[in-house]
Design a protein around this ligand. Sequence first.
Ligand code: NAI
Ligand code: MG
Length: 367
Amino acid sequence: MTNPSLLILPGDGIGPEVMAEVRKIIDWYGANRGLAFDVTEDLVGGCAYDKHGTPLHDDTMAKAQEVDAVLLGAVGGPKYDNLDFSVKPERGLLRLRKEMDLYANLRPAQCFDALADFSSLKKDVVAGLDIMIVRELTSGIYFGEPRGIIEEGNERVGINTQRYTESEIDRVARSAFELAMRRNKKLCSMEKANVMESGVLWREVVTEVSKDYPEVALSHMYADAGAMQLCRWPKQFDVIVTDNLFGDLLSDAAAMLTGSLGMLPSASLGAPMANGRPKALYEPVHGSAPDIAGQGKANPIACILSFAMALRYSFDHGDEATRLEQAVEKVLADGYRTADLLGEEGKQPVSTSEMGDAIVAALDASL
Ligand code: NAI
Ligand code: MG
């Protein structure tokens, strides 16, 4: 048996800093759990542009297509702000998502008890929260044609088109149902079928797919009502599936129920490969944080939890993913805080590498 393969793309800014901590975790699993990965590291974003004149070299793209999973840090920074749109760091990330056809974006909103005070909502509303939003990522209004700004009569008109094919809805719905089966068998689909035809079709197709998952309790909600319910009582949800636009808004809103950007992981999944594993890219939600880059201040937990998602969704080691999440929970409960997790003055934050080391120590203690 060959080891599963992992392509690591640290990227720019704090990307390499948080990824260095993930490397400690990966090494720990190799040394202590017999879980060895074939890891290759490469460039994406501004650093790739500096070396190759493109934010994602063709060879890197080809590698990403071959490996079992890609783990990315973050891209971008002020140094690259004036580059042409076609070579901006973000284009590297967009190319990965597009060519790997990663249509299901998984964004957990999970509240660690030790951070419940950090939420803008009341503690009892968020404590213990653990929900997952599945956002369709490759179609919908961000991609639909026609689009553009045209002249009509004597004024300009801005146009975008919401367009979903049956197969696009079907495949993301299946990802969401599969996820619901692994979790609590509860799925809420959100659209605006009351005012949008694409929403009517969305509701029909999701309902059709549900016949293949009779154990999953499916409900439907209009996305605006869903936004309200997410703020009112988020624990009523388990898995939510929605389109690209609503998913963009709802997942950002849900994420903030739980505190800092430095805590939020994500997974983007595509179709199953020959080995049965989905095409997969794991990355923290945050960007390259140029304001704190190079200072050892970054919170590595978002990237570490992204690796936990890789363990669960690409490598079928849900038990080991849980071990890692519990190690994170433990260091937080023990009071370890990077600067972003410190609301009040006077407390001394831990550095990026101290946080990584504390999580490794908690993993040791879990054996
Ligand atoms: P950002 O997420 O990089 O930073 C927003 C704020 O959150 C900053 O104050 C930052 O210090 C803080 N922050 C972010 N991650 C943190 C962490 N792990 N630990 C502690 N604090 C953290 O978003 P911003 O400032 O809008 O963008 C900065 C650069 O990153 C831009 O070039 C942008 O294009 C790029 N970007 C890249 C993304 C990606 O690679 N997926 C996503 C978002 C932005
Ligand atoms: Mg967004």
